[in-house]
Design a protein. Sequence first.
Length: 325
Amino acid sequence: MKYIALPEKRVRRLSFYLAMEEYVARHIMEPDCFFMWQVEPSVIFGRNQLIENEVNLDYCRENLIQTFRRKSGGGCVYADWKNVMFSYITDEDNVNFTFNRYINMVVLTLIKLGVDARASGRNDVMIGDRKVSGSAFYRLPGRSIVHSTMLYDTDMRNMVGAITPSNDKLVSKGVSSVRQRIALLKDYVDISLADFMAFVKENLCDGEIVLTENDIKGIEEIEQEYLAPSFIYGKNPSYTVIRKKRIDGVGELEVRMEVKNNCVKDINLMGDYFLTGALDDQLLLPLHGVQLEREALEAALPDDISTIIMNLKKDDFIGLLLDEA
């Protein structure tokens, strides 16, 4: 696996590194690539999440925390200089295989440091019963991208305040609660964050590719898409029906429908699920004009929708649409 390095060290926005993933996937013809990055305090939320549901924008503005949307699914995370972010780009297109391979690489690296790490759930790395890393996935034609957080250390108040109400009592309780659920790597290793990053690079990569100034220009062009307000904030038209449900192994789902005469006129699906196919073309557009009844929905939807949203069963999705218990 090749490590992708930048030609110079400078402070970049989080959006630059998301664009860098895309650029590497499209232009660096190595089967497996990897790089690490750090950012100023930032919140990054998933492709299909509503920013107002996930981010405390007032707290972020007051505390100079930047906000960005990524193109992968999953939930909202906080990053700062005390953490490190991993990006993995591969030719492999099988979602489950890619996830498992990547997370196992991370787990084995931590084990080499003497950390009792293990994979858990859809996308997490745990130390004991505490989460130290979470990952998200998306696919480009012929390439797959996995990116993840690694909690070495962090500003806990910012982590909680950026995604919860800014009431001091609630933030204080939130810090205590979150601290019981997450692991900070600094508590389990005797090396600095810089030394940890060097160890990861040495153990995962067998060579390095340094990007050129022309590569940087290409990345900055892609970055403009991530900085567009229409991408960050999304388009959230009003809908007549909103239904929410948590489905084990899939995530939090929130479907918003415009329904007239019990017929679906428009539909959107928000949440922290992992998208593995074409959401609009394969799942949502086929429902336009369909009666909101089980028989009609079953006929309109493909039999296997787990190829569109990871682990989602057709019957569970129809149950969400019909608001069944």
